[in-house]
Design a protein around this ligand. Structure first.
Ligand SMILES: Cc1cc2nc3c(=O)[nH]c(=O)nc-3n(C[C@H](O)[C@H](O)[C@H](O)COP(=O)(O)O)c2cc1C
Length: 195
């Protein structure tokens, strides 16, 4: 499909209905599989970095989850946010945690990204993690790391938005791992314009 201009809310609603973007299932409205797929495809055009969010469960076991919803929110106070699916088996553990760390992955760390997307395999491998400055578990060799204290939780549809205040951060030289259109990638920087 090509570019869509402003056609007005009524026309958009009519188009959505014609395309049956939502259907009734068991009395509640849900998105059709087609509508969900095309929305994912459109959202996937927005290239992001990739991070593993790490935290400790009650009892101290460290765990991690791969995310690309990490966003800078505020410089002063220093706030960041990311989103977790309501259906995630990690949600209760993140809810119970007081701190988390966002570990931004290097281009060479695709295997780590894949490792922490697996259901029921979120426990941190001992060789992947260490205690950070705030005692929160962190990955040993990330491109950048933000250790945060949980500040706010907001409802965001089928996700929960988790806002954290950055207590400690560091970064080092290297290239980020990217995620675009369902695939991992790496940077191709555009050269500075020559005079
Ligand atoms: C590149 C990438 C980014 C992801 N970003 C998020 C995210 O921001 N929030 C989220 O809840 N899940 C995200 N996921 C899915 C989780 O990593 C993981 O697959 C999912 O949580 C597994 O289900 P579980 O949490 O029930 O174990 C992402 C997966 C990939 C591959």
């Amino acid at each position: 499909m090509g570019r869509v201009g402003w056609v007005g809310a009524t026309a958009i609603r009519a188009a959505l209905l014609a395309g049956r973007a939502r259907v009734l299932v068991g009395g509640s409205e849900v998105m059709t599989a087609d509508a969900a797929r095309t929305l994912r495809d459109s959202l996937g055009c927005f290239a992001t970095g990739v991070a593993v969010v790490t935290a400790a469960r009650e009892g101290g076991v460290a765990f991690g989850m791969t995310v690309n919803s990490f966003t800078a929110l505020s410089l002063d106070p220093p706030l960041v946010l990311w989103n977790v699916q309501r259906s995630s088996e990690c949600l209760a553990d993140f809810d119970a945690a007081t701190h988390y760390a966002v570990n931004v992955l290097r281009a060479e760390q695709q295997a780590l990204a894949a490792r922490y997307t697996r259901k029921s395999e979120h426990d941190l491998d001992p060789e992947d993690g260490i205690a950070g400055v705030t005692d929160c578990p962190v990955l040993v060799d990330s491109l950048a790391c933000f250790e945060c204290v949980f500040r706010e939780r907001h409802s965001g549809g089928d996700h929960i938005i988790l806002v954290g205040e950055v207590l400690h951060h560091h970064h080092s030289a290297g290239e980020p791992l990217l995620f675009y259109s369902g695939r991992y990638g790496r940077l191709a920087l555009i050269p500075h314009e020559s005079a």
